[in-house]
Design a protein around this ligand. Structure first.
Ligand code: DAH
Length: 345
């Protein structure tokens, strides 16, 4: 009976829920096409009696509207996906859409390289805060109260506090102190990070730059250990045969102190503009940790000794890539940055 069929299909359409574009398409094929259910019900309608036509005509038209409304509702919902499906089903042998890889910042590349070399020697990586107090940045490191490095000209102060000013750290040596305060020897760590100094920005100076600090504290650590460690580091970073030399120097937190030069990476010692025709370029400061520093950090300086060193990552990078202007590192010029190695991690 036509009336029963209309009832049955109305129930079916009301219950219908599409979860994909394919469901919508099946619905259309079942109800709306030329050989579909609606068409067949209208064919059947032609065969019923005139009395029946009066009531069934209205019902049939309402049914048709319901079926079409349901279809257009779902069609708009899935129209996006159905297009995507079509595209996906296109030519799967076509090459994919390429995308451009970025490159690593030269300072990140060099920091990573330095860290890798020391990791192989058993050094762990430690980090500390960039906003530091006077104790960790200066006092614990044996800086006398009147030392010029505490001066407003060098240090960016954040907050004046009686006896313990808060400032942006001026070097990563502060992390040495934090590390030693926190634990017991032996310590063998490298500490990369950003540091700040109140300097006018030029090709050779910047108000922020990056350092890597190194610290080794244990029983019987000697200056020979320091020399051998740094010699090995230089051979790894700049290649076998790079010469090193140590010159006596002064730092409040090391005794004795030294600065280390390497044979010029550009002219290999023959003399050029970069090394000011001396054949040597300075790359780091180092020395034996001053016993006062050990004591300040709660470490028995009679039992333990140690060495420390600190280097500027910019300086190491300049020598490696022959970069002459520090400002390039922070200008974000893509022409500069894209020259460096792209690495997928
Ligand atoms: N902190 C020094 C600086 O900022 C670098 C330095 C020198 C670190 C000698 C050390 C060291 O650990 O032993 O210039």
């Amino acid at each position: 009976m036509l009336q029963d069929k209309i009832k049955q299909y109305t129930g079916e359409i009301n219950a219908f829920q599409a979860t994909s574009a394919a469901d919508v398409e099946n619905y259309r094929l079942k109800f709306l096409v030329a050989k579909g259910i609606i068409k067949s019900l209208f064919e059947e309608f032609k065969t019923v009696s005139i009395e029946e036509k009066r009531t069934l005509g209205k019902e049939l038209n309402e049914f048709k509207q319901l079926a079409e409304a349901k279809y257009s509702e779902y069609q708009s919902l899935f129209s996006g996906t159905s297009q995507e499906v079509k595209r996906e089903e296109g030519d799967l042998t076509l090459p994919g859409t390429g995308f451009q890889m970025g490159s690593r910042h030269p300072l990140s590349l060099v920091r990573k390289e330095i860290v890798e070399i020391f990791k192989k020697l058993g050094f762990i990586v430690a980090e500390g805060p960039e906003i530091e107090n006077d104790w960790h940045n200066f006092s614990a490191l044996n800086f006398p109260p009147e030392h010029p490095a505490r001066d407003m000209q060098d240090t960016f102060f954040v907050e004046k506090q009686e006896g313990n000013d808060i400032a942006l750290r001026t070097h990563t040596s502060s992390v040495q102190v934090r590390l030693m305060e926190m634990g017991k020897p032996p310590f063998r760590a490298i500490m990369p990070g950003r540091v700040y100094r109140n300097e006018a920005i030029s090709a050779r100076a910047h108000c922020f730059f990056h350092q890597v600090e190194g610290l080794y504290v244990d029983e019987n650590v000697s200056f020979a250990d320091l020399k051998q460690t740094l010699f090995h580091f230089v051979q790894e970073l700049y290649g076998e045969g790079t010469k090193v030399r140590f010159r006596p120097s002064y730092f409040p937190f090391t005794e004795p102190s030294a600065e280390m030069d390497i044979s010029c990476t550009i002219c290999k010692g023959a003399g050029c503009q970069l090394c000011k025709h001396s054949g040597w370029v300075e790359i780091l400061g180092c020395g034996m940790v001053d016993p006062n520093v050990l004591n300040n950090c709660g470490i028995d300086s009679k039992k333990y000794s140690g060495f420390a060193f600190g280097m500027g990552i910019e300086r190491i990078t300049n020598l490696k890539y022959e970069i002459r202007d520090l400002r390039l590192f922070s200008e974000n010029d893509v022409r500069f940055l894209s020259q460096f190695e792209t690495e997928i991690v």
